[in-house]
Write a protein that binds this ligand. Sequence first.
Ligand SMILES: Nc1ncnc2c1ncn2[C@@H]1O[C@H](COP(=O)(O)OP(=O)(O)OP(=O)(O)O)[C@@H](O)[C@H]1O
Ligand SMILES: [Mg+2]
Length: 247
Amino acid sequence: MKDEKAVLKLERISKKFGPVQALKDVSFSLKKQEILGLVGDNAAGKSTLLKIVAGVYSPDKGEIYINGEKVNIESPLDAQRNSIEIIYQDFMLTPNLNAPANIFLGREITSNWGLFKRVQRNRMREEVQKTIQGLGLKIDLHKLVGELSGGQRQIVAIARALYFQCRIMLMDEPTAALSVAAIKDFHPRVKKARDNGVSIIYVSHRLPEVIDICDRIVILRRGQVVRIVQASEITIEDLVEIMVGAL
Ligand SMILES: Nc1ncnc2c1ncn2[C@@H]1O[C@H](COP(=O)(O)OP(=O)(O)OP(=O)(O)O)[C@@H](O)[C@H]1O
Ligand SMILES: [Mg+2]
């Protein structure tokens, strides 16, 4: 039985960038153990909304509730404290560090060494190796992230989000740069995370994949929610029509 309670609730979130109204009165809930799709045309406001929940931007207006309690998420650290992890569309990795250093940035595994704390680089590398292998993938963990391909960087971003146990996972186009084989391995992982209790917002332009892995789908058009549908009850054609405003 699924717990129908809202883990995350957004109420009338609005955000302007100069004259651009990126979001207007966006309200919806994410239930416990749900994969909620978030779709819309380019510039609909999807990434902006995820970044607000992740503490990168603050909304001009609106409220965020976690498990029924109002929260102020004013920084990415606040989001982490609320057990929110994000895979950014634009990666947000540090190019001059390798994958393990990126994944553990600010949350390094340390041991006490006399009066000092010592960063356990080998431990971190082993942990990352396990996580990436668990995804059926492989990358060179000694290479700087700036030297990796787009798809390989995406793997690092996914590993970072999956490594830390979280309650809410925000995924912004997680498969955009992944190979077909890597996507096949990734989807069961997303469903497994949900079955283990994580609630997920999943942004993607790949509509068949959204219909396939999501429970419900929120459709944004020009910064506003136009429809929330059950994934099992919608066709790709109808989804597109609603996204562009023909339905
Ligand atoms: N940092 C910013 N400064 C100024 N304008 C921004 C900024 N971030 C987003 N915008 C604007 O806000 C609107 C929504 O952008 P957003 O990136 O949220 O769209 P999106 O739905 O994620 O699009 P895509 O599908 O192309 O990723 C766009 O008009 C964009 O130009
Ligand atoms: Mg985006």
